[in-house]
Design a protein around this ligand. Structure first.
Ligand code: ADP
Length: 308
């Protein structure tokens, strides 16, 4: 079985001399849910642009389900759906027409396109808005419209560039559910993100790209094992009596202010133990959140010269 995506020796040097991609090899299996992680400027969008033939590569080969994009892009493209970061539909067109028109680019007969558009707009919760011009949709609706448009030709490989950038938590959850459904129905999904949490929730495998090279290519599970330490911010029910930072086992407990602690723990240390320790000292926590950015911590451990 061919991989959904196979990239070999990919390089991209922009006209201004920036070497955005410095020789990437990558393989994504069929039906995988794959994350391409990396900080801004790492080369994620360039890679997607090349796969989608919007950006011309300098060197290397790309095959989609065994079809080379150089030899037969028309056929390769039938299998790819891409959702770019920016909204790039005609804002004055109506929601339904945007999806149906897109199907037309793939030679799908109008009657089939109409049926699929109805199905997809319902799936995305946009059916009520089918006659609304895109410009009048909320940001979240526009994002869902982008997805509906990217799947109307039933691509076997769906690539999403930062699908949840700038969306609120409810919409993020909804998009996650939609993507999971598509994947469980057989669509291979690749998404770029700079949220480790997103990759953790959705994806099975991951490549981390940094400065145009792949610095890690593994399963999410293995990747998370590299995260040795985590920092949590804890809000307290009543003001602290303590005035100095302290440590408990492997955890360092830092006083941010009289109502807030920052707890830096080793991943092997149980959070329950820490809560018990705090309770024993008369400290009760009302809420807790991980202090992002965990991805940055991961980068530090990956790029550090000594082993993590
Ligand atoms: P990411 O998507 O990971 O944020 P990009 O692929 O957009 O990264 O960018 C990779 C590198 O290529 C960056 O250094 C960026 O400044 C550069 N770059 C991106 N697009 C262009 C362009 N059109 N011309 C010149 N340099 C570019």
């Amino acid at each position: 079985m061919h991989p959904a995506l196979s990239i070999n020796g990919l390089r991209k040097v922009y006209a201004n001399g920036v070497e955005a991609i410095k020789g990437i090899d990558l393989e994504v299996a069929q039906r995988d849910f794959f994350a391409l992680l990396g900080p801004n400027g790492a080369g994620k969008s360039t890679t997607i642009g090349i796969i989608n033939s919007l950006i011309r590569k300098t060197a290397g080969t790309i095959d989609i389900f065994g079809i080379s994009i150089d030899e037969d892009f028309a056929r390769a493209k039938l299998n790819i759906g891409v959702m770019p970061q920016e909204f790039n539909f005609n804002a004055f067109e109506r929601t339904m027409d945007i999806v149906v028109t897109q199907a037309g680019y793939y030679g799908i007969p109008h009657s089939v396109a109409t049926e699929r558009a109805e199905h997809d707009l319902k799936l995305m919760g946009l059916w009520e808005k089918r006659h609304t011009r895109a410009i009048a949709l909320s940001g979240g609706m526009k994002r869902r419209l982008m997805i509906a448009r990217s799947i109307v030709h039933r691509p076997k490989l769906l690539i999403l560039d930062e699908p949840t950038a700038g969306v609120d938590i409810d919409l993020r959850r909804l998009l996650w559910e939609l993507l999971r459904t598509l994947n469980s129905e057989g669509t291979t999904i690749i998404l770029t993100t700079h949220y480790l949490e997103e990759a953790e929730h959705l994806c099975r495998n991951v490549a981390i790209i940094d400065h145009g090279t792949i610095i890690q290519n593994t399963s999410i599970r293995e990747l998370l094992k590299l995260l040795q330490r985590e920092v949590f911010v804890m809000d307290l029910i009543s003001p602290l009596v303590k005035t100095e930072d302290w440590s408990y086992g492997d955890a360092q407990i830092h006083i941010v202010d009289s109502n807030t602690l920052k707890v830096n723990t080793h991943r092997d240390q149980s959070l329950n133990d820490i809560f018990n320790h705090l309770n024993e000292n008369g400290i009760q926590v009302s809420s807790m959140r991980p202090q992002s950015n965990r991805l940055e911590e991961l980068f530090l451990s990956l790029t550090r010269s000594d082993p993590p």
